[in-house]
Design a protein around this ligand. Structure first.
Ligand code: ADP
Ligand code: MG
Ligand code: MG
Length: 993
């Protein structure tokens, strides 16, 4: 039947068929079939109703670009063969004037790219077949409506009739508007058949006029035109931008899906919808979605008509709703994750058009992962791997201060309420275009992007904005989808807003007052958790998790968000090997860090202690001093202050390790630079102002980054190292006397040669002995160094003869490895990244090839000398997931990062360990799936999981979906794989009783 499939020794296969009950491909072939095609095949295999069609593979896309937009020779025959199959399945023929087959042509890359690539519907219609469709459907109006939509879509996507620029309107829209005006109607649906026929004619004329080309009447020409357009769209600008933002390689290519049409616009027993198997904003286990009666394809997502809530479908189409609930269950059982589905109802019959793993907020990510473990669907390991570490940011992100919000309410500043599409609190100045959002943000402004609705072209601006507010579109609109994915605050579908982007105004009439008009630059706040739009700037306060952990203003029992966060983190902590410490300089920061789960301090920058009040004065005195005695006198003033700081730090951290770095920045940084300031210092220190000026000039350096800093200071002025050692160890002795077994680690910065460390080490050790003697108590401490110079890394074997630990200062190590000053890199580094000369900013993501290689060398050399060498990282990379994974692989003992990134580092470290094959030991007994091996074929019990009650929610599908799912299970004997998957659920039920 399909020759190219069966002939030849190694037949090349470029096309795969699918349809209810059968498919040549499967969900496992996303690389070949793209996400959409693979999942259509998978749904077909699951026995779900899928309109028959076929997928042209991503290999053809690769071939297409490698061969100047030509196709493999055998493709034409293969497509013809598969088209015949579809014709047979549907009972209609492509191009048949009496009963025509129409198809959609849909793109689908391996990773879903919402709205990036264009879909064409109703393909196969022409002046002859439209009459056939009119007859078969008994609705000329419907047939001509499909036809005029098709001509416009084809003109737009394939023939390139797009608006010329931002101000230009869609040419087909303009013609449509005129037509409606001429016929005196408001809605598209009110246009009579004759008007639709005229539209087809006018659209074609416009195409002819603008392109000089004729609209193709031949369905096969249409088909190949559309296929070519899908492949070409892989390289359109918005697709490229999206791929960049989401790290999708260009080489993947897209597949093309050709699928027989089903019609949601044939009357009131028809419709189309999109749904999530769980709430994508909160993660709650309920069926969540939207639909439109008598509508086709994109209507729901385009935000043109505001759709109905899923729950209301139960009344309008009870049988369909019930079937959908069953499918919801089947899909979750099968994919074991929340799904995002598209469906269409034609004359009361349900058709599935798409399923994919649903995008979700960070809140939903955590909730679904944890609850799916509790439901026995997935293992704790899978749950930990499923949550993107960066998503935890959302759980830590501020919310509006309730008092400030209450005040705003009383003042009548709550302007409107839209859909709570992306949780969190955002406040910023209004801009009306994505372009402005980007420009303003570049200038350092906080902006809110306010749009009628968003489109893929807006992505860059959405990314730059604090939050996004739209007047149209539902929870599944483009704005909502993209915002959730980016983790942006978003309020969508706020219909009462009257937005005029050209006048740059937003008008709204709140219930409590007269019409208000806001302009570009005005402050506005949006609450993405409640959907409220609030006039003015609003104070924010810490998230629920922080209220529990940091502020202690909320009881842990009262926060479900915290509970799930804590459960997930407990699994992560259980499995990770890397320890996680914080970079913290002061006791309050240390307490912060502890509440985020820090297991120690990896970097305390002592100089940060020097800037407050009197301290800076003493520091300046010391910096200005010419003679050792003068310096010592100034240092004597600093000593007690510094000791107090360390006492606070040690008390806060208890027996956890605390790494303290000796003075690092050049003295110049402590001196005043303005003339007035210099005079003030002269007065206070009793030094001649001219002398002060001279000293400032003396200390000035051409290149301070490589100048008189780090251990070089301690070598020139040993009294500094002496004083700091005294402060650290006297504090340590004091706290130890309080009964705390503390573990200080003294770290010497910017060592390049072992002799530098030996010099400083001798000072530290000699001072320590004196301190211990006078205090009458000893404290075990470690002496180590930062590795932040290439020379240190490649002579680490020598350095380890003195150093008891290494801490990689990857900020400086990146600067010195690249020979690149971070402060000056802003001028050219972004372009490097844009042009892919560097794949990422090396100050954000550790450069594993270069800087990473030095780290690996240093670890190996260092441990060669001293097997017990403790090794960590304290650069900002310590909180960046890919760098954390690198640290795990390289065998570091810990990472240290800023307090707010600690949960992220903990999760990233756990994921690295899991990829190494580690297992969660403290997972709920029932779900350590790999280990519980029940007898195969154990049937699922009929009772509803008790755990549902524990989370306080009762899913909507509770009773109705159960019967639908059960027979599907008992149809065939459970395979071994299925048994393993079901076992945890069963076991849990037993455990929970
Ligand atoms: P996207 O990737 O942008 O979601 P899709 O290929 O899923 O694009 O298609 C866009 C819209 O067209 C969807 O709403 C889908 O349900 C609808 N659609 C696609 N193919 C068909 C078809 N064969 N019959 C009816 N509707 C279809
Ligand atoms: Mg889709
Ligand atoms: Mg440094």
């Amino acid at each position: 039947m399909v020759k190219s499939v069966t002939t030849g020794p190694e037949p090349e296969k470029f096309v795969y068929s699918f349809g209810s009950g059968h498919a040549e491909g499967s969900g496992a072939r996303k690389d070949l079939l793209g996400g959409k095609g693979a999942n259509l095949a998978e749904m077909a295999r699951l026995g779900l109703p899928v309109p028959p069609g076929f997928t042209i593979t991503t290999e053809v896309c690769t071939y297409f670009y490698a061969n100047r937009k030509n196709y493999p020779k055998s493709l034409k025959d293969e497509v013809e063969g598969h088209l015949k199959l579809v014709e047979k399945g549907v009972g209609r023929r492509f191009g048949d004037a009496s009963n025509p087959l129409t198809v959609s042509v849909r793109s689908g890359a391996r990773a879903s790219m919402p709205g990036m690539m264009d879909t064409i519907l109703n393909l196969g219609l022409n002046d002859r077949t439209v009459e056939g469709l009119a007859k078969v459907s008994k609705s000329p109006r419907f047939a001509w409506d499909c036809y005029r939509r098709f001509v416009a879509m084809y003109g737009d996507v394939v023939m390139g009739l797009k608006p010329m620029d931002k101000r230009d309107r869609d040419p087909f829209e303009v013609i449509l508007e005129k037509k409606k005006f001429a016929y005196g109607v408001h809605l598209d649906t009110e246009l009579p058949v004759d008007a639709l026929k005229e539209l087809v004619r006018d659209f074609k004329a416009e195409i002819r006029y603008r392109t000089g080309l004729l609209f193709p009447e031949d369905p096969r020409e249409q088909l190949w035109g559309a296929i070519g357009a899908v492949f070409s769209s892989w390289m359109n600008e918005r697709a490229i931008v999206y791929r960049k933002l989401n790290d999708i390689p260009e080489t993947w290519g897209t597949a093309v899906n050709v699928q027989s049409m089903v019609f949601g616009n044939l009357g009131d027993d028809c419709g189309t919808g999109v749904a999530f198997t769980r709430d994508p904003a909160t993660g709650e286990n309920l069926f969540y979605g939207e639909y439109l009666i008598n509508a086709q394809g994109e209507d729901v997502v385009a935000g043109i008509r505001t759709p109905q809530k899923m729950a209301t479908l139960e009344k309008r189409m009870p049988a369909v709703y019930k079937q959908l609930l069953g499918i919801r269950r089947t899909l979750e059982d099968h994919y074991r994750d929340m799904q995002d589905i598209e469906f269409t109802v034609e004359k009361g019959t349900l058709w599935m058009l798409q399923t994919r793993t649903g995008k979700r907020t960070g809140f939903a990510e955590v909730r679904i992962a944890v609850e799916m473990v509790e439901e026995g669907r997935i293992t704790a390991e899978e749950a930990v791997l499923r949550v993107n570490p960066d998503s935890l940011n959302q759980l830590l992100r501020p919310i509006f201060d309730p008092d400030a919000k209450y005040a705003a309410m009383k003042e009548g500043r709550i302007l409107a309420k839209g859909l709570n599409a992306g949780p969190g609190a955002a406040t910023g100045r209004i801009v009306f275009t994505a372009h402005d959002a980007f420009e303003w943000a570049q200038r350092g402004e906080k902006v809110l992007l306010v749009r009628e609705e968003t489109s893929p072209e807006d992505i860059k601006g959405m990314n730059a904005a604090e939050g996004i507010l739209t007047a149209r579109g539902g929870m599944t609109s483009h704005a909502a989808l993209v915002a959730r994915q980016m983790g942006k605050v978003c309020v969508a579908g706020c219909e009462v807003l009257r937005i005029d982007a050209s006048l740059r105004t937003m008008a709204v009439k709140p219930a409590s007052s007269d019409m208000k008009v806001l302009r570009e630059g005005d402050w506005l706040s949006i609450d993405g958790t409640s959907g409220e739009v609030i006039e003015g700037k609003l104070a924010t306060k810490p998230s629920e998790v922080l209220q529990v952990t940091l502020e202690k203003s909320l009881d842990r029992e009262h926060s479900e968000i915290y509970r799930r966060f804590a459960v997930l983190m407990s699994w992560a902590d259980d499995v990770r090997r890397l320890r996680v410490r914080a970079n913290a300089d002061q006791p309050d920061q240390a307490l912060n860090a502890l509440s985020f789960g820090a297991e120690g301090i990896g970097l305390c920058r002592t100089e940060h202690m020097f800037f407050g009040g009197e301290r800076i004065l003493a520091m300046r005195e010391m910096s200005l001093a010419d003679k050792t005695e003068d310096r010592e006198r100034a240092l004597d003033k600093i000593l007690p202050m510094q000791r107090e700081d360390f006492i606070g730090l040690f008390r806060a951290m208890g027996s956890r390790p605390v790494t303290i770095r000796t003075l690092d920045p050049p003295l110049h940084e402590f001196l005043p630079h303005g003339e007035k300031e210099r005079e003030a210092v002269a007065r206070l220190t009793g030094v001649d102002p001219r002398l002060v000026a001279r000293k400032v000039a003396d200390l000035h350096e051409m290149n301070p980054m490589l100048g008189h800093r780090g251990c070089r200071l301690g070598i020139s002025f040993p009294e500094i190292t002496r004083m700091q050692t005294r402060a650290i160890l006297e504090a340590a002795c004091r706290v130890k006397k309080e009964g705390i077994e503390i573990r200080p680690e003294i770290m010497i910065p910017l060592v390049g040669h072992v002799n530098e460390l030996a010099d400083q080490g001798a000072i530290v050790r000699a001072t320590a002995e004196k301190v211990f003697e006078s205090q009458g108590i000893r404290v075990d401490f470690l002496l180590g160094t930062m590795i932040e110079l290439p020379r240190a890394a490649i002579t680490a074997d020598e350095i380890a003869t003195v150093a008891e630990f290494f801490s990689f200062g990857t900020n400086d190590l990146t600067q010195t490895t690249f020979g690149l000053s971070r402060d000056d890199a802003g001028k050219f580094l972004p372009e490097y990244v844009r042009r892919e000369i560097l794949s990422a900013d090396p100050f954000e993501k550790l450069d594993q090839r270069g800087v990473g290689k030095l780290i690996r060398i240093a670890v190996d050399l260092g441990r060669g000398t001293r097997p017990a060498l403790k090794v960590g990282i304290c650069g900002e990379h310590g909180g960046e997931p890919t760098s954390v994974e690198f640290c795990h692989r390289t065998g570091l003992d810990y990472v240290s990062c800023s307090p707010f990134r600690i949960p992220i580092a903990r999760l990233a470290a756990a994921q690295a360990a899991l990829r190494d094959g580690a297992k969660v030991k403290n997972a709920p007994k029932s779900v350590s799936a790999g280990t519980v091996k029940p007898a195969a074929g154990v049937p699922a019990t009929g009772s509803e999981p008790a755990v549902v009650a524990a989370s306080g929610t009762i899913p909507a599908h509770r009773t109705s979906s159960r019967p639908a799912a059960a027979p599907a299970r008992s149809k065939k004997p459970a395979t071994a794989k299925r048994a393993v998957r079901e076992a945890p659920a069963k076991a849990r039920r037993t455990v929970r009783g």
